[in-house]
Design a protein around this ligand. Structure first.
Ligand code: SAM
Length: 338
């Protein structure tokens, strides 16, 4: 055991040192004892309630300003020991966007199954867990419907969980954004009584907001998958931004390494043009996946867009085409309420 440290310093350590967090993930009690966390800090974390934690952080007593409302639904510390399935994201560029949480869980799990797009992310995962890492990519097959491959991936994930292995699954980007097998594996594992959890990651949309310098707070933002946009009637609000995912695979439900069948692309352009007009300028966007690369950002009018401009990793950003209209009724109600 090291010298005694307070809760604030201990949490800083967990936030900045993946190995410290990995020890905590493995065995919270042992990790806290080993780090020399003082009794107040240990009790506060074990209580899993915001009040005692704030009291310990601010060095005040419970009587002197504890939180009024306890909204924690129980101790995560106890759950950690029983966690069977943890789904993490590697970010779009694993170098820099991998969270400390994701690193800790990849290190501490018995197996790490992964589906990532670039060799660096793959090497990072394998280096974190050399004996337990295995790619799920083999479930894809040229020309095979992607949903069939996803089902096989879910089955594989669940077989590891059922075998009693602490299973971590890593997807690129945010693991819950356009990642059906991630959500489905968690749903099924929970249904079978296992503790399963997803940790957030950095998605392509997060990178887009940063690289294109746009803030969804200004006009709002609709986020829609391209085939979904095409085949369903959606209330598209052209005063709002639109992020269109998977434009480079629109209308093709299979997996391809040699380029997607984009016969539906003209239909997508036709529908977008109906909403926005032929001369509306959109951005074709690809976030950098490796350090030192710049994002690809191409501004082009809808009328000039052809399939050659997109690929499986392209996202389209459509800025608003008109100003917002005031809702007079609710505007006056709000004014009256103030
Ligand atoms: C199956 S989804 C995976 C999304 C991923 N889970 C995430 O959090 O961003 C694939 C789609 O994500 C978007 N995407 C993936 N990589 C990207 C990148 N480097 N730049 C921009 N968009 C990307 C594209 O729209 C692509 O068709």
């Amino acid at each position: 055991m090291n010298g005694s440290i307070g809760l604030r310093d201990y949490l800083v350590r967990l936030a900045t040192e993946p190995t410290a967090l990995a020890s905590y993930v493995r065995d919270p009690d042992a990790a806290m004892a080993d780090a020399g966390l003082d009794r107040t800090g240990r009790d506060a974390l074990a209580a899993a309630d915001i009040g005692p934690i704030w009291n310990a952080l601010l060095d005040r007593t419970a009587a002197n300003g504890s939180a009024d409302v306890a909204y924690s639904d129980g101790a995560r510390m106890a759950d950690r020991q029983r966690e069977s399935l943890i789904v993490v994201g590697t970010g779009i560029c694993a170098v820099g966007q991998l969270t400390v949480d994701a690193i800790a869980y990849m290190k501490e799990s018995d197996v790490v199954l992964y589906l990532v797009g670039d060799p660096v992310a793959e090497s990072v995962i394998r280096s974190l867990n050399p004996s337990g890492a295995m790619s799920l990519r083999g479930y894809y097959g040229e020309g095979i419907v992607r949903n069939e491959s996803y089902e096989a991936m879910v089955q594989h994930i669940l077989s590891c969980v059922r075998a009693g292995k602490r299973t971590c699954v890593a997807f690129y980007g945010h693991p819950g954004v356009f990642a059906y097998p991630a959500h489905e594996a968690i749903r099924r594992a929970r249904k079978e009584g296992y503790v399963a959890r997803m940790l957030p990651g950095v998605s392509a949309e997060d990178c887009l907001f940063a690289d294109l310098n746009v803030d969804p707070a200004v006009n709002g933002c609709q986020s829609v998958e391209a085939s979904d946009f095409l085949v369903h009637e959606k209330a598209i609000d052209t005063s709002c931004a639109l992020v269109l995912w998977q434009v480079g695979v629109v209308g093709d439900w299979t997996y391809r390494t040699s380029g997607y069948e984009l016969r539906a692309f003209p239909l997508l352009m036709e529908k977008l043009t109906r909403h926005y007009g032929k001369w509306h300028e959109v951005t074709i966007y690809e976030a950098a996946t490796l350090p030192e690369l710049k994002p690809k950002i191409l501004k082009i009018a809808l009328g000039y867009l052809t399939p050659e401009y997109v690929n499986a990793g392209t996202t389209m950003y459509v800025p608003p085409a008109r100003a917002k209209t005031l809702d007079a009724a609710y505007g006056s109600l709000l004014a009256a309420a103030r």
